[in-house]
Design a protein around this ligand. Sequence first.
Ligand SMILES: NC(=O)C1=CN([C@@H]2O[C@H](COP(=O)(O)OP(=O)(O)OC[C@H]3O[C@@H](n4cnc5c(N)ncnc54)[C@H](OP(=O)(O)O)[C@@H]3O)[C@@H](O)[C@H]2O)C=CC1
Ligand SMILES: O=C(O)CCC(=O)C(=O)O
Ligand SMILES: [Mg+2]
Length: 433
Amino acid sequence: MSTAVKLNVPAQGQKITIQDGKLSVPDQPIIPFIEGDGTGPDIWRASVRVLDAAVAKAYGGKRKIHWMEVYAGQKSNDLFNTWLPDETVQACRDYLVSIKGPLTTPIGGGIRSLNVALRQMLDLYVCLRPVRWFKGVPSPVRSPDKVDMVIFRENTEDIYAGIEFEAGTPDNQKFLDAFKAAFPKQFAKIRFPNTSGIGIKAVSQEGTERLFRATVEYAIVNKRKSVTIVHKGNIMKFTEGAFRNWAYALAEKEFADKVYTWDQWERTKAAKGEKAANEEQDAAKKAGKIIIKDAIADITLQQVLTRPEEFDVIATMNLNGDYLSDALAAQVGGIGIAPGGNINYVTGHAVFEATHGTAPKYANLDKVNPGSVILSGEMMLRYMGWTEAADAIISAMDKAIGQKTVTYDFARLMEGAKEVKCSEFGDALIRNL
Ligand SMILES: NC(=O)C1=CN([C@@H]2O[C@H](COP(=O)(O)OP(=O)(O)OC[C@H]3O[C@@H](n4cnc5c(N)ncnc54)[C@H](OP(=O)(O)O)[C@@H]3O)[C@@H](O)[C@H]2O)C=CC1
Ligand SMILES: O=C(O)CCC(=O)C(=O)O
Ligand SMILES: [Mg+2]
């Protein structure tokens, strides 16, 4: 039985609200945070000091965040005998904007991902993961400066929805019986039905459209050059292929005067030839239109390495986005510095979190890079409209890395670096604010 969960609401501060689609952020907002499992507590302790210092530096005491701890994961289970209390989900709902550390998910059994559950319960349909290089960060590629990509990963659908039937269970048998009865031809395609685990991949038009609408709006507001739809539609025609087609159709329907799509190029080519299609595309580029293109997921993973300058904003489904965001992070210094935000742009709900996990072998060593959570906090501040504080963090990050004061992950790859602890990297950022 779970114990009652008591949240300590700060005595001061107000809720962030949303009116007519616009966030209303008080000068003293209450922001819930989840510390996280494994390295989460070390990272959070360093991060919160940097975020507070950046706000104090930017607004001289006029603005201040009142943090409210909410619980999830191991700490929650230890204290309250529940992994994800309703009170936590409700607080993220009520206070609109929150931030979290990583939470552990067991492999092959046990509880389902609390991270994914939170995204689904709050319907945070965009997982926004910008990938950029800070000068001086060690990288395995020759030109990490060419990597400046922003991933829009669909966050509520796909194989991640957790519709699975474990091999050998009565539910699995029930599912297979019903499947066989309704679709005997497709059932016959299962190579080893008696020992197959089954997972269901659902990708919808609504889910695709809201993700892609947010992507194109972001590309327009931020004056980006292109959006690449990344999919495996040659194999999964009615899920990943449909994602591609729905995305192209939405771009032409809702953003006709702001974009030029490769679908348009194909149509013009078929009607008037390749030269005319190229001229049309060149004219669109000159007019500042965003090029909407697509690429199959496997070749994308090669080309983001070999031709990074051709990728700008990327829209993709849940699983592809998961793989792609860790792979891209490697090019700019690793997941120790890869931030993210889970956002519903309609309701305003947002939970900011690092791309990495709990890195359990480093728990409580005050060792790992807190950069990912700090930069997730930077994204949160920008989302709140606190641009000056966000800019101060970026500039401090530039300076600290320029001084070669870095945690172990960078130090092991950098000549002449001064390796510092997680908390000391926080200190270095604060000094450089
Ligand atoms: N959103 C979330 O909460 C997420 C949770 N997870 C969960 O985390 C757990 C562990 O997953 P795992 O696959 O090991 O992936 P992790 O991301 O936790 O760690 C993998 C490796 O990445 C490097 N790394 C991770 N965090 C940092 C950091 N802050 N600074 C520097 N390097 C870092 C370390 O590399 P090295 O050993 O080379 O130093 C580490 O061993 C699992 O339960 C998983 O489900 C995973 C991803 C996201
Ligand atoms: O929830 C998890 O444990 C993993 C999630 C993950 O890898 C991600 O969001 O990138
Ligand atoms: Mg991941």
